[in-house]
Unconditional design. Structure first.
Length: 245
C-alpha cells in the first residue's frame, strides 16, 4: 500500500497548503481519505480520471475534512451527464451532524454509505474497520489491512485509550498531533504531539506519521516533543510525499 499526503493542515491551511486529505493506493485501487479544502486539485494532479477513484472515506463532517466534497460533487455530476464517469462514487461518511450530511449529496453524484460504530467493509481486498473517536461531532478512526500490512488513521480525537488497541502494531499510524502539549487543555478536542507519541508507544506502532498541523506551529518543535515519548520512526506529514506501507 502507498499513502500520499494531499493536505495535512487543520482547521485551516497555511499559504499554498491544503487541509486534511490522503490518497491510499494498492495496485489499481485508489481510496481518498478525507477531502478538505484544496484536496481535490491535489488529487487531480495525481489522477485526472475520477473513474479510477474506488471510494471516498470521510472521518467526520468538519469543513477541514470534507469541504472539497462540495465541489467534487459538481465534477461528478457533469462527468456522469457527459458519459465521462461511469457511476456514482461510493462515499463512506458519518450521518451526523444531519444538516451537514444532508448538504453533501447532489444529483446522485455519490453512493452514500453511513459509517457506524464497529463497522467493517472491504474495498477490492482491503479490509477496513472503524472506531468512533472522542470529538465534538461524530468522527471515526479507520484501520486498513491488506495481507500482513496495516495502516491506521486516527481522524480527529481527544486522548482515547481505546485508540491504543485499535491501532496496535500498525505498520503506519497516521495520527493527528498538530499542537504542542503546552497548547492543550482538558477541553481541547485534538491530540498533542506528545499524546500521539504516547499512544504509539503503548500500541507498539512501527512507524508514526504526524499530521493535522495548526499552520502557525513550528514542526521541529512538534517532532522534538514526539521523540521524547516514542522511540520508533517518526515522520512529519509532507504534502505531495508518498509513504509506503
Amino acid at each position: 500500500m502507498k499513502l500520499t499526503v494531499l493536505g495535512c493542515y487543520g482547521p485551516f491551511p497555511k499559504a499554498k497548503g491544503a487541509c486534511s486529505g490522503y490518497l491510499l493506493e494498492c495496485q489499481d485501487t485508489k481510496i481518498l481519505i478525507d477531502c478538505g479544502n484544496g484536496v481535490l486539485s491535489r488529487f487531480l494532479g495525481i489522477c485526472n480520471d475520477l473513474n479510477q477513484l474506488d471510494a471516498i472515506i470521510i472521518s467526520h463532517l468538519h469543513p477541514d475534512h470534507m469541504s472539497d466534497l462540495m465541489v467534487l460533487r459538481y465534477a461528478l455530476d457533469i462527468g456522469l451527464k457527459m458519459g465521462k464517469i461511469n457511476r456514482p462514487i461510493p462515499l463512506y461518511l458519518p450521518k451526523t451532524p444531519k444538516e451537514d450530511y444532508d448538504r453533501v449529496q447532489y444529483r446522485n453524484a455519490f453512493e452514500m454509505v453511513d459509517i457506524e460504530k464497529g463497522m467493517n467493509i472491504s474495498i477490492k481486498g482491503i479490509s477496513i474497520s472503524f472506531k468512533k473517536t472522542e470529538h465534538p461531532v461524530e468522527c471515526y478512526a479507520a484501520s486498513f489491512k491488506k495481507g500482513i500490512k496495516s495502516f491506521v488513521y486516527s481522524g480527529d480525537t481527544k486522548y482515547d485509550a481505546g485508540l491504543i488497541e485499535f491501532a496496535s502494531n500498525a505498520d503506519l499510524f497516521l495520527c493527528e498531533g498538530g499542537i504542542p502539549e503546552m497548547y492543550r487543555t482538558e477541553t481541547t478536542p485534538h491530540l498533542s504531539a506528545k499524546q500521539a507519541a504516547e499512544i504509539s508507544t503503548e500500541g507498539k506502532i512501527k512507524r508514526l506519521l504526524l499530521t493535522h498541523f495548526y499552520p502557525d506551529v513550528k514542526l521541529p518543535s512538534l517532532l522534538s516533543e514526539a521523540q521524547e515519548h516514542y522511540n520508533g520512526i517518526i515522520e512529519m506529514a509532507e504534502e505531495g510525499k508518498s509513504y509506503f506501507i
